[in-house]
Design a binder for this molecule. Structure first.
Ligand SMILES: Nc1nc2c(ncn2[C@@H]2O[C@H](COP(=O)(O)OP(=O)(O)O)[C@@H](O)[C@H]2O)c(=O)[nH]1
Ligand SMILES: [Mg+2]
Ligand SMILES: [Zn+2]
Length: 292
């Protein structure tokens, strides 16, 4: 019988797996959590009481970050991994992910995968949109044997999650970077994941001393329920935030207002039309969503 502090690294079938150093204790959440409607999530730092090898979660330490999709706490970095072809890139989804990442102040790397299928021009036209406004963009392909060290280094000493559309190559990329881990890639795994939707299985893997990675199943859409209010949309388009002090109105939404610097920069081609159009669409979607 003893009490220890650890991190929830896996949740499967009502059991929380708490890692303490190199030990893992399957644990249960005590009734007091259910009463308070607090659910422990992967990434939580918890105190547990251990009896006969089974842990009981006593309390959860304050969370630095809590994401709902994927449901994980205390991550500090997010990789958005997308292919440009096969499947075709979905810039709307990418821009929504970036809003969530900015809102939570996470480090961010955009990974364009399957670059073996692309020409230089195709690669550049998409990467320019995001590099020009300050995002780190890394190209990757899993169709060769070289390890992408630039990408590998980005994971070091971070607690990261990898998000992106299904089929983009998230699991394949992680498997190649961390060959000792069983990240499951390919179409078969997608099918089993779908078939098992009733059993929640989410796991953050310790791939190195202070390096943790969470792979996520694919997203095909991403709702806006993570936003607390409409103004969070404009605040988390980083290129708007950087220029909005020149708008005539200081609460400018950059939509219908006169003398809007953002609209001017879109016309001049300084701010990407694709980003701005997605902004308008996201605002519209949010307003509809709020009405229900
Ligand atoms: N051409 C090409 N195919 C890839 C690459 N990476 C992954 N794939 C393929 O894309 C499919 C989906 O990969 P998977 O890792 O399961 O994607 P996930 O859904 O994002 O985890 C699989 O058939 C992979 O073999 C790549 O760099 N180039
Ligand atoms: Mg996968
Ligand atoms: Zn404006």
């Amino acid at each position: 019988m003893s009490d220890k502090t650890g991190v929830i690294t896996k949740i499967q079938r009502e059991l929380f797996y708490v890692s303490v150093g190199n030990e893992v204790y399957p644990s249960k959440a005590k009734g007091n959590f259910r009463n308070k409607k607090i659910t422990p999530v992967v990434g939580d730092k918890v105190d547990i009481h251990i009896e006969n090898g089974l842990g009981f979660i006593l309390n959860i330490h304050p969370r630095s970050v809590l994401l709902h999709r994927p449901e994980v706490s205390n991550v500090d970095k997010c990789f958005v991994l997308s292919s440009i072809k096969s499947p075709n890139i979905n810039l709307m989804l990418l821009d929504k992910f970036l809003i969530m990442i900015e809102k939570n102040n996470l480090d961010c790397v955009i990974v364009f995968n399957k670059c073996d299928l692309l020409t230089e021009d195709e690669m550049q036209s998409y990467s320019d949109i995001y590099r020009n406004i300050g995002y780190k963009v890394i190209f990757n392909s899993n169709q060769n044997t070289d390890v992408n060290n630039k990408l590998l280094n980005e994971f070091k000493n971070h607690i990261s999650c990898v998000i992106g559309p299904s089929g983009a190559g998230k699991s394949s990329t992680l498997k190649k970077l961390f060959p000792n881990e069983d990240f499951v890639s390919g179409k078969i795994s997608d099918k089993t994941q779908r078939g098992k939707q009733t059993t929640r299985h989410i796991e953050i893997k310790r791939v190195d001393e202070d390096t943790y990675v969470l792979d996520t199943p694919g997203f095909s859409s991403f709702d806006l329920s993570f936003l607390d209010d409409k103004s969070e949309i404009k605040k988390n388009f980083i290129e708007f935030k950087a220029n909005s002090d020149k708008c005539k109105f200081n609460n400018c939404d950059h939509i219908n207002e006169p003398k809007c610097e953002i609209k001017k920069l879109v016309e001049k081609g300084v701010i990407s039309k694709s980003r701005y159009d997605n902004y308008l669409e996201i605002v519209e979607e949010y307003e509809k969503f709020r009405r229900y």
